[in-house]
Design a protein around this ligand. Structure first.
Ligand SMILES: NC(=O)c1ccc[n+]([C@@H]2O[C@H](COP(=O)([O-])OP(=O)(O)OC[C@H]3O[C@@H](n4cnc5c(N)ncnc54)[C@H](O)[C@@H]3O)[C@@H](O)[C@H]2O)c1
Length: 354
């Protein structure tokens, strides 16, 4: 029986194609070194696929994802997305039963000069956003005409319980508190969210500190005192917005990885950023978010912390050597494109073994 690990690779659109190629190369090199055999199978997915085939998520892609050990996505979308169907993301998340999107915010010290923050604000920052992925505003009904529009936001107790458990387990493992973020002073869904978190932590995580915070306060605290955060658990839309804000702590949108987990079966890994139509095809995209997503894949879906750590070390080494893609060059350094940065990470992997 083959021990090859099957990875379904969905490059998607725009810079998704460029950064996925980088992540796949780095993952392959790191796995080769660790004696892990990979089989990478590419599938069409996203907006270009939608325009070519009438669907963003063809059956062959769905089957390939379900049969894989893990799925690696670049990004999807065009400059003017028409509707959600065009992206295919919601269908893909449903097909894989994903409900917890984990977004670590762990800035590299080498990049503190590339952020607008003073070094003491960034000192000790290492937290995780746990974003609920299967309900909330993005999954409700959307309707409207030229005069009036509505977007349904719904949450069920079951969906909140399972994300509370994911956050609680992660906080227990990391030895940190959970900050549950809502808008309880206005939203009914937030009242259910807060009550459910309180119940789950009282009965299942009495050893883990739980605090509640309004999303507007979190928008400020996350950049004023980010080192005070451990696990930040929040709803679909709030998590989407807060993580883009928090990416600035790490140097920008190109830096953040993510992993999505849920039903037994393949988990899903992608950088937090989109397809960046403004820079697509120029070879300047920052591949770090995608490469670090591959590191998360190695840890959680290949069970190799060793490969994950080697990849992170490779990225750190490339940054320490002074190389920067254009988006993170604010603090100085030698600006290179996607390809040269990726090559530098791979060379760091070999140097570490020499
Ligand atoms: N999960 C996903 O695939 C995902 C996530 C967000 C947005 N989108 C889609 O992406 C498309 C573009 O959306 P957007 O422009 O609002 O967001 P975006 O994340 O694509 O880009 C926002 C800005 O950040 C820059 N940027 C993003 N990633 C970068 C990287 N790796 N290196 C350097 N610069 C980077 C872009 O150049 C742009 O200026 C839309 O169709 C949107 O729906 C997809």
């Amino acid at each position: 029986m083959s021990t090859k690990k099957k990875i379904a690779v969905l490059p998607g659109d725009g810079i998704g194609v460029e950064v996925t190629a980088s992540a796949a190369r780095v993952l392959t090199a790191a796995c080769d070194a660790a004696g892990i055999e990979l089989q990478l199978d590419e599938y069409s997915f996203g907006t270009d696929c939608y325009h070519a085939n009438g669907t963003a998520f063809p059956d062959v892609t769905r089957e390939g994802c379900l049969a894989a050990d893990a799925v690696l996505l670049g990004a999807v979308g065009s400059a003017n997305p028409v509707n959600h169907d065009e992206l295919g993301l919601l269908d893909l998340r449903k097909a894989l039963g994903l409900y917890a999107n984990i977004r670590p915010i762990t800035p590299f010290a080498e990049l503190s000069g590339a952020t607008p923050f003073r070094p003491e604000i960034l000192d000790g920052v290492d937290f995780v956003i746990v974003r609920e992925l299967a309900e909330g505003l993005y999954f409700g009904d959307h309707a409207g005409d030229d005069e009036r529009a509505t977007d349904e936001c719904f949450y069920t107790r079951g969906a909140i319980e399972r994300i509370a458990r994911a956050a609680g387990a992660m906080a227990r493992e990391r030895g940190v508190k959970v900050t549950s973020v809502d808008k309880v002073n206005v939203l009914s869904t937030s009242k259910l969210w807060r009550a459910t978190f309180t119940d789950v932590f009282a009965s299942e995580f009495p050893d883990v500190e739980l605090e509640h915070m309004l999303v507007d306060a979190m928008a400020m605290i996350s950049i004023q005192r980010p080192a005070s955060l451990g696990v930040v658990a929040t709803s679909n839309m709030f998590g989407d917005i807060l993580s883009d804000e928090c990416s600035v702590l790490a140097g920008g949108l190109g830096m953040l990885p993510s992993g999505s987990f849920g039903a037994p079966g393949p988990s899903f890994y992608e950088p937090v950023h989109g397809s960046a139509p403004d820079i697509a095809g120029q070879g300047v995209a920052n591949p770090i978010g995608a490469i670090l997503s591959a590191a998360m894949l190695a840890e959680h879906s290949l069970g190799s912390i060793e490969v994950a750590q080697a990849i992170v070390k490779g990225v750190r080494g490339a940054l320490a050597s002074g190389l920067r893609t254009r988006d993170i060059a604010g603090g100085g350094g030698h600006v290179v494109g996607t390809e040269a940065f990726t090559q530098a990470v791979i060379e760091q992997l070999s140097a570490a073994r020499a």
